[in-house]
Design a protein around this ligand. Structure first.
Ligand SMILES: C[S@@+](CC[C@H](N)C(=O)[O-])C[C@H]1O[C@@H](n2cnc3c(N)ncnc32)[C@H](O)[C@@H]1O
Length: 257
């Protein structure tokens, strides 16, 4: 008899589900990687995973799509795919196409789960896993007439194969394109220091930004601000989401954003 392997749950890959204040789900690491904190880091602010993504990334995606034809986007940290869903929503709302979405995610299961869910392979997904993506998407589409099927179909065109999701963004990364929108949503510098080093950020901007480019992130870090300025970006400190201190927007070549 062939023994069937049980399907992996969020707990099996080191996360627990957390429902944020706008009722949309996020994931929290079960273990803390920051010795100063007893809890693991959450992927989103407790004030609202979906609302935070729209505020920091969806709104910027909308502007890029208005100004650039077939823009290229880089997303650092696929996580639950909220940013990718926001990109698709904004493109569908404007009836625009996206040239390229390059998403980096270091945890293989997060790439695989999202791929399986996107391609309707529910039988290969733990019920609770599929439910979280369904819920996330439901929240992303609130207030629009776009159906979940339309949005998934848009993303399937960009992520036809599992290998279309990139692994970890490492120090030795060779970028495959130049991007008009860089959505920097990695865990914090406490959890992943190399992604927030000034030298690395300088190289990332130098080698992967298009002439007209915007970087948006939840973080407010002097390393990042210095690197952005060194690469010719204008830095705006946006209000932080909910109780956060602030967030960063760097633009270069856009008339206004
Ligand atoms: C804040 S969460 C991202 C949330 C996500 N954007 C969403 O909308 O659900 C950070 C993500 O970055 C991933 N990550 C951590 N280090 C990374 C690296 N070096 N390269 C790519 N992804 C990384 C984590 O596994 C995690 O899924």
């Amino acid at each position: 008899m062939i023994e069937e392997k049980p399907l992996k749950s969020w707990e099996d890959i080191g996360f627990e589900i957390e429902i944020t204040k706008d009722q949309s789900p996020t994931l929290r690491l079960l273990e803390s990687l920051d010795p100063a904190k007893p809890y693991g880091e959450s992927m989103h602010h407790s004030g609202g995973a979906s609302t935070e993504t729209t505020y920091l990334y969806g709104s910027v995606a909308a502007t890029v799509l208005e100004k650039i034809k077939n823009p290229h986007f880089m997303v650092v940290g696929l996580g639950l795919g909220y940013i990718e869903m926001n990109l698709a929503r904004e493109a569908l709302k404007q009836n625009k196409t996206v040239g390229l979405i390059t998403s980096y995610e270091s945890i293989p299961e997060l790439r695989e789960f999202f791929y399986l869910w996107l391609h309707g392979k529910q039988d290969q997904l733990h019920q609770n896993v599929a439910k979280v993506y369904d819920e996330a998407l439901r929240h992303v589409l609130i207030g629009t007439e776009i159906t979940p099927q339309q949005l998934k179909s848009f993303l399937r065109d960009h992520f036809a194969n599992l290998t279309d999701f990139h692994g970890a963004l490492n120090e030795d990364v060779q970028f495959i394109s130049r991007y008009h929108g860089i959505f920097y949503d990695a865990f914090s510098s406490k959890t992943h220091p190399h992604l927030w080093g000034e030298d690395f950020l300088n190289r990332l901007l130098l080698q992967s930004s298009a002439e007209t480019s915007v970087l948006t992130t939840y973080a407010l870090k002097s390393n990042l601000k210095r690197a952005l300025r060194a690469q010719g970006f204008t830095v705006t400190e946006r209000e932080g989401f909910f109780t956060k201190r602030g967030s960063t927007l760097g633009t270069r070549g856009y008339p206004e954003i």
